[in-house]
Design a protein around this ligand. Sequence first.
Ligand SMILES: [Fe+2]
Length: 291
Amino acid sequence: MTSEPTAIPEFNSFNLQPLTGSLGAEILNTDLNLASDEEIAEMQQALDHYHVLAIRDQKLEPNTFHKLARRFGPFSGNPVHVPLEGFEDVVRFTRGAEDQGPVVGEQLHMDLAWMKIPPGTTMLYGEEIPPVGGDTLFASLSAAYEGLSDAMRDLIHDLVGVHSGKGVFTLNASHATAFSVKESGQQVEEIETEHPLVCLHPGTGRKHLFISGALCRFVGMTEEESRPIIDYLLSHAQRVEYCCRLRWAPGTLTLWANHCLLHAAINDYSGQRRVVLRSTVAGIPPVAAGD
Ligand SMILES: [Fe+2]
């Protein structure tokens, strides 16, 4: 029942430095505006293996960011955020120096987990980044799965999670200075989507948990029965050895394998401005791990 980490791939197009023993890697000295098809294919392979890729010192603006994102695959769709004018697939998230209170995405979450086909990859590009603060925390749901006991894996193997969009529109609408929300996004509040709890990564065949803050119960169980299992898995996934903390700089482009990670924006840069571009790449429907 265990899923073993896949062999470490080798890359011809760039040098890659792993960030931790569990997940994350950094790539220096490449210009994605000049990337060959081979380099894009190798980046996808690196992303499949390391789950988080920080590519430093890029020079992107919305149009080149959009073009680059689409080389990784079609747009996933985004029912909530109003895109930048002229683009269907690019959103700008702005946190002004004067903005107070919570930042967008400060709870560990998976982007758009309640969609029938959640994004396979999220891409974020740092336009304006404070000198310190505003890191992103990532937690590997593959490492978390592999850290469970055999008995716990048996217990959860066939569960199917229900992921709810309840609260998503209200939360996003409260960040009025960060971005605009689509009026039709209110419908998201009614969405409930079922995904298998234990899934296979489509690129590597490695197993991972499919959990998020949107997971509200399991099919065939009550919320009261489900909640202790959900809380345990969310807390287990946050063990420090399954996590990677990424420091940003202007020009950093980060790609992450959205469906097998949790991530959180760290709210520690009060009084400073931070601006990022986001696009998302279509995934595939989550695949149950099976036997
Ligand atoms: Fe997010």
